[in-house]
Design a protein around this ligand. Structure first.
Ligand SMILES: [Zn+2]
Length: 489
């Protein structure tokens, strides 16, 4: 489980519990770095990717943790989303899914073909069909063109900068200076003025489109009813503590009736859950709970058994307690059940690394990376461990291997702040100052710190050979960042 983001700001972030709505109170997202994290450069479990998100939120005492990056959770969501996107007539690779580390109930679209979903929403939904209903509804907004008159475009921005702009849009900081706070505090008046809110007509139309996609994919539409029921419960507590989803996707009696009529007539309304998807949803929930709830709360509520998902929760909660020995015991039992599982190998490596056993983590990261060769996140974690092992003299083998891995990993997946930071470090140790500055500029773009983007990109321009790919990229970053700075003012 990796945050995408910022190593210094994380230390400012309070481990916060939200009071967004009553039952959410226990869903704290703990941003406390694991013990070894600070030593190895501050790898907190969850960190904000954007300064804006974090500062707006911490000023208000509200939780906001930025983008959450986790290969296992992302692959699970891809599996869940695939039939929905196909049913909606879009190629699954054309829609990007982002997970926001925020315990409130929310999902939304921003910047064109991007769907954001909060960890709070993922933990509230217990079945694949419910998550599919949320995604189908959001795709309904995208296909319906409901975004056309809202938000900013990301034209001209690529890589980390494009993701950074999306996050700025998602937080509303680019559109309205007050909206970022509004999203997290549920201040309705500001949200009504911001671009994220849809009309009731658009809501009903997104439901209907979503139900069509679900039907084409043969998905039980009861998931939509279950989600709407949660929303209706939210609407009844309209006021200060309502979750953002209810504000950005307004409910109405008509909307409910329309959807129910469709659901009742669906040929798939009694279709049982797909056992494979159900397995991955349960596994995702176990991991998210382990990483986001208070570890003491997780441990207290665990049954006294060694079932797979109990072991996931126990391993992660004990790791965060921290009880490294207990965590490792649970982890080894888990791996005995599924020895070659790349994500369990990755989790074991993470626990070792964050417990200060860096050298021991490397072989497990290698096995995880070999078992999941198409996961740039896992490759980047291997590189992170190699860099932590490196003595920093600039000529060690670890740095050279890490640099090779990170160049590819950040190309395949630019929205990884830790990988960008490691890349900058590896370049610096290799004596490549200009490319180190460029990687740092990219990382600040991901965090939406556009003034710092300009500073580091100018440094890169000054050092790199004129007209080289890095020099050109730095020039692009300056243009994008200057435009964003202007929009913010
Ligand atoms: Zn909606």
């Amino acid at each position: 489980m990796l945050p995408a983001g910022a190593e210094t700001l994380a230390d400012l972030a309070p481990g916060s519990a939200t009071t967004t709505c009553g039952e959410n109170a226990v869903r704290s997202i703990d941003s406390k770095p694991a013990r070894a994290g600070r030593v190895s450069g501050g790898r907190a479990l969850f960190r904000a990717v954007t300064a804006g998100l974090l500062l707006a939120a911490s000023a208000l005492g509200a939780p906001a943790q930025g983008l959450i990056r986790d290969a296992e959770v992302e692959r699970t969501l891809d599996r869940i989303a695939e039939p929905v996107f196909q049913g909606g007539g879009v190629s699954p690779s054309s829609i990007k899914l982002y997970i926001i580390g925020d315990s409130s109930l929310n999902a939304f679209v921003a910047g064109g073909r991007n769907i954001f979903i909060n960890t709070g929403m993922l933990m509230r939904l217990t079945r694949a069909r419910q998550i599919q209903a949320v995604l189908a509804h959001e795709l309904g907004h995208i296909n319906g063109g409901h975004l056309a008159r809202r938000g900013l475009d990301t034209e001209g921005a690529t890589g980390a900068a494009a993701v950074g702009i999306l996050l700025a849009i998602a937080a509303g900081i680019a559109g309205s200076p007050d909206a970022a706070g509004a999203i997290f505090t549920g201040s309705q008046s500001v949200l009504q003025r911001s671009f994220l809110q849809f009309s009731r007509g658009e809501e009903a139309s997104a439901d209907q489109a979503g139900l069509t996609y679900m039907e084409r994919a043969g998905i039980n539409p009861t998931g939509m009813r279950e989600v709407l029921d949660i929303l209706r419960g939210q609407e009844q507590m309209m006021g200060r503590n309502v979750d953002p989803y209810a504000l950005t996707h307004p409910m109405s009696v008509d909307r409910m009736l329309l959807a129910e009529r469709r659901i009742d007539s669906s040929p798939f309304r009694d279709k049982p859950d797909d056992p494979d998807l159900a397995y991955w949803v349960e596994r995702m929930r176990a991991k998210l709970e382990g990483f986001t709830k208070r570890p003491e709360t997780v441990l207290e509520s665990l049954p006294n058994d060694d079932s797979e998902f109990t072991l996931v929760r126990r391993a992660v909660a004990l790791h965060r307690l921290p009880d490294p020995k207990g965590a490792m015991q649970a982890m080894d039992r888990l791996l005995a059940k599924r020895p070659g599982d790349p994500f369990y190998l990755e989790l074991k490596a993470q626990i070792l690394l964050e417990s200060g056993r860096v050298a021991e983590s490397v072989p497990f990261y290698r096995r995880a990376a070999a078992a999941a060769p198409k996961e740039p996140l896992i490759a980047a974690e291997l590189a992170h461990a190699l860099i932590a092992l490196d003595d920093g003299t600039g000529n060690s083998k670890g740095n050279a291997e890490a640099l090779t891995i990170l160049k590819k990993a950040t190309r395949d997946d630019p929205a990884n702040g830790i990988a960008l930071r490691d890349l900058a470090l590896a370049y610096a140790r290799d004596g490549q100052e200009g490319l180190a500055a460029l990687a740092t500029a990219e990382r600040y773009a991901l965090r939406t710190d556009f003034a710092d983007v300009i500073r580091h990109a100018r440094h890169a321009v000054a050092v790199l050979p004129e007209g080289s790919p890095g020099w050109l990229r730095a020039q692009d970053l300056i243009l994008v960042a200057e435009r964003m700075e202007k929009k913010r003012q």
